[in-house]
Every structure is written in structure tokens, then in C-alpha cells.
Design a protein. Structure first.
Length: 905
């Protein structure tokens, strides 16, 4: 049985396939750029929409197929055929979203996608309930699967290629190709079906005509695809707008940051430039010419010298409220701006402008000519035009007389400083008046010479430039010529000449015949300009020096704050290396302090990087300590080298500075001065500056160390007993509190010895109080000699002493007490040549925390044990216990005051 096709429905199926293909390309682009949940939403929604489109094309294509018998379709199987289409679409979008498509992945994806489309098609074919069952031509069946794989390959390739930036026309053309491929696969599969001649449909046909059913499916599918594409268009447009907004915001933020930075830089540079200009005024006032400083940006005067004020008749304050446009006659503001810009361009090449004529307007309204020269000065980001003006009223009047000629000209020139010349270009002869003879030092009177002879007197460095200017005037390139050059006098010296000339006669062909002009001696002005240039350079050097000194002052102030805030010498030493390295970059040095014995100096801090080890030395090894003033070595080959300088540093310049505060010599600072980047005079200045800096730094260090020692001495006075030098009762209480807190943390204990000198009152009564004081001092010395470094020895009051023994058990404390008692028996004290007799002592021992957990309790326990030792016959040790404490308390309550330790005085 053979079937036929409804061509209109075939065309409809192709249209649906094209729409599904276009939607697939748009969805592929969205899945590539989407992120997070949006990517999964696009993947899921796109898979459904694209799968429905492919399935609709297949379903409409089947509706276009007609057999001689009526056909219908099994609904569940028909709906089931949608699933492979959706899964195939999901595979396409997932592969495109990965961003890269290798050959293996493309081939594998094409095979899976092709099989998915084939499964969808043949599942849909299985929905036709016909008997006998459908059979398929194996060759055509295999061809349909191959076509499906090829279509899938092309679809994946196009989807990946057009997922980026591609026009809609490109996507539409690709959709036409993909739609045709999908239809080719479908109708190839239909051609593979074989219907038996006696076939019948086992399900009654529906009442809906194929046209209506195809139209409904096509319409709904197109609606879904159109909505999907519209959403993709909208999402792409919103993403593009957001990207443009983000980029615009970034650009705006970047611009704002740059403007803020430029504003900060401009503020800093403006402050520096104003300081430079104030220093520059000194150089300005020495110039005989008028000097104007103009800010190019505002076209206003920012400074003028007194000569300029006198020339124009204005006060300085009046002129600083004005600009060159208000005082320059016959020139527009635009012309002045162009001239200033040319000056800036020449300034960037290190050149000044040539002299030019301008007219200025005085306060009274009169106008007079000046010759101006400009130079650009860069101050930070600010362009300053330095204009030097010379009143040339007299010179122009003289030149006018020259042009008019005759005796009147000669009379005018006789009183001026201008020398007249006339040059006959045809003969080469040059006429020079008597003023020229005065300038070059020759015999008085006018002279005649040749241009070649005159050119030989011009300085060799100026010859070519002068000839070039004159040639331009001869050719007519300029109405006048002006040149500045050096001329040799009769004595062989050179002086500066300013030459002005004009061609006053030409023939009919325009050839120059005669030139007239003037020469003026401008040597003094050139010297002034040179001094001004030197002032410019000196100004720059001075600004650098000031900046360096400001940095050094700032660092010294910061170091001084650290040193003043330091409590101990160790803290001060920790701050010195950091600032020493910054103040003396590339140098090395050290700070030394005297030992208590004053026989050696020990290094306490190192200067420079990397840190070096420094050794102790004797005071006589340093010439600065010998002489009591700084000792500077600038030439290690000739100067005297100190003995404490290490051998590998003896070839370097250095400075030793004593650390002195109010005639109290504390130590020494030594620093090398060899690392200088400049040369000549600047290097000498930097060396002297570093020498002074070393002195200033040493003064700050000495003052800080002196203050630390003073504070330490004051503290010692508050915690030391003045007679014995032992810690006093106040320090004892602080120490006991610290020891108790420490023992609570680590679970350990300590011992407390309370010692009393036996029969001390006898020494006072028999030998006097001075003898008693000598006994106390000797006992205190004995206690210090017979205790450990970490033990705390205090005078508790009168002849009573307390020793705190940290980290000691009862046995160790008792051993220490017996050693002290034995040492006391061996004491022999003399006073005024008399032996004071034997000395014994009694000691009470209490242990923390067994005999008390507070300062008061532990001291009372030791006191009661001492009382027990006294009562037992003196010259012995008693250990605090419950029995001893109870017995001591009972005896004290029943005893009269005279029987207490007071009776043992």
C-alpha cells in the first residue's frame, strides 16, 4: 500500500522546523551567558520549547501523510514520543553551554542527538495502530538514522558557532538549513515504512480533520517558540543594557578617582611652587630689568619685581590683581596666549624665547616700547611664564633717526649707546661709526671694513646662526633681522652685541642692495641673564635641600616622640635602628653607652642595614670622647682614625658624636658618611648636612636616655631604703602580691624569711647610732651576698629584714636561712677603729600558701616564727607551723610589752 502527502502540511512542517531551529540558536546564546539559577531555567525551558518544536514538526509531517485507509494515532504513545525530543534538545543546550566543543564531544553529541531524534520519530510511527504491523526497509531505515546524526552534527556545530555575537540574519539562515535537515530526516524515515496492501487501522478515526489538527499543533507550537524567542530577546537586551550601565559606572568611578588624585597632586605642587616663588623673589630684585611672573592658566601676574612697578607706575598689589592682557598694548589676549604656549614648548626643550618687541601701557595711559624675553618655569603641574622686559624707548627713537638718515641721525646716535652700520651688499663694504670703535677698543673714529673681515671677529659658536639670520633678511623672509652674538675686541676679549638690521634698498628684481642697522653692547644684560639662570638652578637645588630637610625634621620629630615615650633603655634602642636607617640611607653606625664602671662603652643600638655586630671599647679609643666634641673623618687616608672603628670600615668617612646632656657624658654615636649620590659642591653640602644631622640625632638620643635614667633613679629612690640600699617596705608589698599571683597561676609556692638582729639596742647604746647604722649596712650586704639573683631582700623596719625566696620549698628556704645565720656569726664590724663585737640574728620562716594566702597573713606567720626563735634563745631559725603560731599568739597575749621583741632592742 502506497501513501501520498499533503504538500501544504509538508510546508507547514518545514516552517515549524525552521522556527524550532531559530529558537534553538537563540536559546543556545542565552544559556552560554546565563549564570546560576538563570542558566538552569534557560536550559529547562529551552529544552521543552525546542523539543516541542521538533516533535510538532514530526507530528505535522505524519498528518501530511495519507493512505487509502483512514488513519488515527495512539494518544499515549504519541505523547511519549515528545520525551526523546525534549531530552535531545537538552543535550544540545548543555553541550553549547560548556563553552568549548572538541571533536570527540561534537561527534559523540551528534550520535546521541541523532539517535534521540530517530527514537522520537519511530516512537511516533509506532503510535499508528495498523494491522498487519509496519515494516521498514533496512537500507532506508539506516539512511534515516544517518541523516539524523548528520543533522545533529550540523545543528551542534551551528549552535556552538552562533552562540556568541551573531546577527539575526545569520541565525535565520542557519535555521533554514537546520529545518531542512530535520525535515529530510523525517521524510526519509517515512519512506522507510512499508504498509501491507491489506492493512487496516485498528482504532476508529477521530472526528477532527488532519488540517485542523495540524493547524492547532502548529499554532500552539509557534506561539510557544515565539514567546520563548521573545523572552530570549528581552533577556539579551536587558543583559546588554546592564553591561553598558556597569561599564559606564566603572568609567565614571575611574574618572572621579583620577580627578580626585589630580586635585590632591595639584594642591601639593601648588604649595611647593608658592614656596619656591617666594625664594625666587630675592633673585628677581637684583635684576636691573623688569621681571613679571605670569600664571599661564589664569593669565594673571603672580609676582613682579620693583623695577616692573617703577616702570609701569603701579604698586605691587595693583599689579597682582591684573594680567598681561590689561597692560600690553596692541595685542589681543589670544595673541598673548599663543605666545605663552610657544614659550612653554621651547621651555620643554630647555630654551628661552628670542627677544621680541612689545608695547606696554603705564598707569597714566602712556604707551612705550619694550623688548621682552620669556622663559617657561614648571612648578609641579603649574606653568609659570617668566618675562624679562627692557624699556627700549631710547633705542627705538635712535633707530628711527637712523632710518630717516642724515645729520639728525648722527646727532641722535652721538648721545646713545648704539653703533650705526651700513652694508653695501654689492661691494661687500661695511661702514661702522665711531661708537663701534669704542666698543671694540680700536682707534677712535668711523671705520670701513668688509663683511668677511667683520665676520671673522664673531665668536665661532655664533657665526653660523648669525649668517643664517642675515641670509633670511636678505632673501626677504623677514622685514627686520635681530641677532645676539659675541664679538672679539682688539684685546682679544669677547663682548655681547645685539644687532638690528633692515634691507633699505632693493633693485627692480627685488635683489638686496643696501642694509642699515645698529649694534648695541648687551654684555651687562647677558651677565644679568646668566645670574638669573644660575638663580633658577640654585632655586631648584634649594627646594630639594628644603624638602630633604623637611623629611629629616619630620623623621626626627617622630623619633623624638618614640624616645620620649620609651620607659626603658631597651625600648629606646628598638626605635633607633629603624629611624637611623631612614635618616642615613646606605650608611652604618652604632650607639654606645658607658658601663657603670665608666671603663668601657657597650653598643646598645645599630644604625643602617643590614644590622652589624659592634664591639665594646675603651673611652680612650675614640677621639671624640678624648676631645669632648664631634670628631669627623672626611679623608681616611689623611685624618686620624679612632681605634674603635672596625677594620673593614676604616676606609670610609665617618663622624663620632659624644652623647652629652648638661656636661654629663653618657656615651657615643658613630655613623659613616661615605654614601653620597651627588658630586662636587652639592656633595659637600650634603656631607655637611649629614654631619649636622648626626649631631642633632645624637642630642635627641642623649636627652632621651638621660630622661630614662632620671626616671629610673627617681623610681629607685621610691622603692629603696636610703641607709642600706635594700628594697623598702612598699616594694616588698608589691613583690609579695606579684609572687602570690604568679604562684596561683603555676601552682607553686615561695618562702618568706623575717630576720631580726639580736641585741641591736646594745650597739646603739654602747657605740652610738652611727655604729648601729654600720651594723645594719653590713647585715644588708651579707643578706645580698648570701641570696640568689632572683630573691628579694627588703628592710622591713628598724633592725628587721625580710627575704622573699621565689620557687623554693620549705627545705630549700631553711637551708638558705641557716646559711644567712652562719654568715651573720662571721661578721666583724668596726666603727671609728673599734670592733663592735659579735653579731647574731634570729630568723622566722613562713611558706606560701601553707602559712597564709595574703600579704598580711604570710608576714604575720613569719613574724610569729621569728618570735618563737627569739624565745628559744636567739641565733636560730624557727619554722612557722600551727603549733608555733598558736604558741606565739598565747605568749604575746600574756606577756607584758617589755618582754616582747622590743625588749630585745
Amino acid at each position: 500500500m502506497r501513501g501520498t502527502y499533503d504538500l501544504w502540511l509538508v510546508a507547514c512542517s518545514y516552517l515549524v522546523a525552521v522556527a524550532a531551529s531559530y529558537a534553538a540558536l537563540e536559546l543556545a546564546a542565552r544559556t552560554v551567558v546565563a549564570r546560576g539559577r538563570a542558566a538552569w531555567a534557560w536550559l529547562a525551558g529551552g529544552s521543552v520549547a525546542m523539543g516541542l518544536g521538533i516533535w510538532s514538526m514530526h507530528f505535522i509531517g505524519m498528518l501530511a501523510f495519507h493512505l487509502p485507509i483512514a488513519l488515527t494515532y495512539d494518544v499515549p504513545i504519541t505523547l511519549l514520543s515528545v520525551v526523546p525530543a525534549i531530552l535531545s534538545a537538552a543535550l544540545v543546550l548543555a553541550l553549547v553551554r560548556r563553552g568549548t566543543l572538541s571533536g570527540f564531544r561534537l561527534t559523540a553529541g551528534a550520535i546521541l542527538l541523532g539517535f534521540g531524534i530517530a527514537v522520537m520519530h519511530y516512537t511516533g510511527m509506532a503510535a499508528i495502530p495498523i494491522q498487519p504491523a509496519l515494516r521498514y526497509d533496512p537500507l532506508i531505515f539506516s539512511g534515516s538514522v544517518a541523516v539524523a546524526i548528520m543533522v545533529a552534527f550540523v545543528a551542534l556545530k551551528l549552535a556552538f558557532s552562533l552562540s556568541g555575537v551573531a546577527s539575526r540574519w545569520q541565525k535565520f539562515g542557519a535555521a533554514l538549513v537546520m529545518g531542512g535537515g530535520i525535515c529530510a530526516m523525517h521524510y526519509t524515515g517515512m519512506a522507510a515504512a512499508i504498509f501491507a496492501p491489506e492493512s487496516i487501522c485498528t482504532i476508529a478515526p477521530g472526528a477532527i480533520h488532519n488540517w485542523w489538527l495540524a493547524g492547532i499543533v502548529a499554532f500552539n507550537t509557534l506561539i510557544v517558540l515565539l514567546v520563548t524567542v521573545a523572552i530570549a530577546f528581552y533577556d539579551a537586551r536587558m543583559a546588554d543594557q546592564n553591561a553598558r550601565m556597569v561599564e559606564a559606572l566603572k568609567t565614571a568611578n575611574l574618572g572621579l578617582t583620577e580627578r580626585t588624585h589630580r586635585a590632591e597632586q595639584l594642591t601639593i605642587e601648588l604649595q611647593a611652587s608658592e614656596e619656591s616663588l617666594r625664594q625666587f623673589r630675592t633673585a628677581m630684585e637684583t635684576s636691573p630689568d623688569a621681571i613679571f611672573l605670569v600664571d599661564r592658566a589664569s593669565m594673571r601676574y603672580i609676582d613682579v619685581n620693583d623695577t616692573a612697578c617703577a616702570m609701569l607706575g603701579y604698586s605691587r598689589d595693583d599689579m597682582l590683581r591684573m594680567g598681561p592682557a590689561e597692560l600690553t598694548a596692541h595685542a589681543t589676549p589670544e595673541e598673548l596666549q599663543v605666545a605663552f604656549d610657544q614659550t612653554i614648548a621651547l621651555g620643554s626643550q630647555g630654551q628661552a624665547t628670542m627677544a621680541e618687541r612689545r608695547a606696554l601701557r603705564r598707569k597714566d595711559g602712556s604707551i612705550f616700547p619694550v623688548e621682552v624675553r620669556r622663559r617657561a618655569l614648571r612648578s609641579g603641574r603649574r606653568d609659570i611664564i617668566v618675562t624679562v622686559a627692557q624699556d627700549i624707548t631710547n633705542r627705538e627713537q635712535a633707530e628711527a633717526q637712523i632710518i630717516r638718515g642724515g645729520e639728525q641721525l648722527r646727532l641722535a646716535l652721538a648721545g646713545s649707546k648704539l653703533a650705526l652700520f651700513e652694508w653695501n651688499l654689492e661691494t661687500g663694504e661695511v661702514f661702522l661709526d665711531e661708537r663701534w670703535a669704542e666698543m671694540i677698543g680700536s682707534k677712535p673714529g668711523a671705520t670701513r671694513t668688509t663683511f668677511e673681515a667683520l665676520a671673522q671677529t664673531v665668536h665661532p659658536q655664533d657665526t653660523d646662526k648669525l649668517k643664517s639670520i642675515i641670509v633670511d633678511a636678505i632673501k626677504g623672509n623677514s622685514a627686520f633681522y635681530e641677532a645676539e652674538h659675541r664679538v672679539r675686541t682688539v684685546s682679544g676679549d669677547y663682548f655681547w652685541v645685539q644687532s638690528h638690521g633692515k634691507i633699505v634698498e632693493r633693485d627692480a628684481g627685488g635683489r638686496a642692495l643696501r642694509m642699515s642697522g645698529t649694534n648695541a653692547d648687551i654684555t651687562h644684560r647677558k651677565h644679568a641673564e646668566r645670574e638669573l639662570n644660575e638663580a633658577y638652578e640654585q632655586l631648584g637645588s634649594s627646594v630639594k635641600v628644603l624638602e630633604r630637610r623637611n623629611r629629616e625634621i619630620s623623621l626626627l620629630a617622630e623619633l623624638s616622640n618614640f624616645l620620649i615615650s620609651s620607659v626603658t633603655v631597651e625600648e629606646a634602642c628598638n626605635a633607633i635602628p629603624k629611624y637611623g636607617e631612614t635618616l642615613f640611607p646606605g650608611e652604618h653606625g652604632a650607639v654606645y653607652l658607658f658601663r657603670a664602671s665608666r671603663d668601657h662603652l657597650n653598643p646598645i643600638a645599630s644604625l643602617g642595614a643590614p644590622q652589624e655586630e659592634h664591639s665594646s671599647f675603651k673611652p680612650e679609643d675614640c677621639w671624640a670622647l678624648r676631645r669632648g666634641r664631634p670628631h669627623v673623618v672626611t679623608d681616611p687616608q689623611k685624618d686620624v682614625i679612632c681605634g674603635h672603628v672596625a677594620p673593614h670600615r676604616r676606609d670610609k668617612a665617618y663622624e663620632c658624636v659624644p652623647l652629652v646632656v648638661q656636661s654629663d657624658l653618657l656615651g657615643l654615636m658613630w655613623v659613616t658618611l661615605a654614601h653620597q649620590e651627588s658630586s662636587g659642591g652639592e656633595a659637600d653640602n650634603r656631607t655637611r648636612s649629614k654631619q649636622q644631622l648626626a649631631v642633632t640625632l645624637s642630642e635627641q638620643i642623649a636627652l632621651a636616655l638621660s630622661n630614662i635614667r632620671l626616671r629610673e633613679n627617681l623610681r629607685q629612690q621610691t622603692i629603696r631604703d636610703s641607709l642600706t640600699g635594700l628594697y623598702n617596705r612598699r616594694f616588698l608589698e608589691e613583690s609579695l602580691n606579684r609572687e602570690m599571683a604568679r604562684c596561683k597561676r603555676n601552682g607553686k609556692g615561695f618562702g618568706v624569711l623575717m630576720m631580726d638582729v639580736d641585741h641591736f639596742k646594745r650597739f646603739n647604746d654602747s657605740f652610738g647610732h652611727d655604729a648601729g647604722d654600720a651594723v645594719l649596712q653590713k647585715v644588708a650586704q651579707t643578706l645580698q651576698e648570701n641570696t640568689r639573683e632572683g630573691d628579694i631582700v627588703c628592710r622591713y623596719g628598724g633592725e628587721e629584714f625580710i627575704v622573699v625566696l621565689p620557687d623554693t620549698d620549705q627545705e630549700g628556704a631553711a637551708t638558705r636561712a641557716r646559711r644567712i645565720l652562719a654568715a651573720a656569726r662571721d661578721l666583724h664590724v668596726t666603727h671609728n677603729g673599734k670592733t663592735l663585737g659579735s653579731i647574731t640574728a634570729s630568723i622566722g620562716l613562713a611558706m606560701y600558701p601553707h602559712n597564709g594566702e595574703t600579704v598580711k597573713a604570710i608576714v604575720q606567720s613569719a613574724d610569729k616564727a621569728l618570735y618563737e626563735a627569739k624565745g628559744a634563745g636567739r641565733d636560730r631559725l624557727a619554722v612557722a607551723s600551727a603549733e608555733v603560731i598558736q604558741k606565739s599568739s598565747s605568749v604575746r597575749k600574756s606577756a607584758a610589752p617589755k618582754t616582747a621583741r622590743g625588749g630585745d632592742q
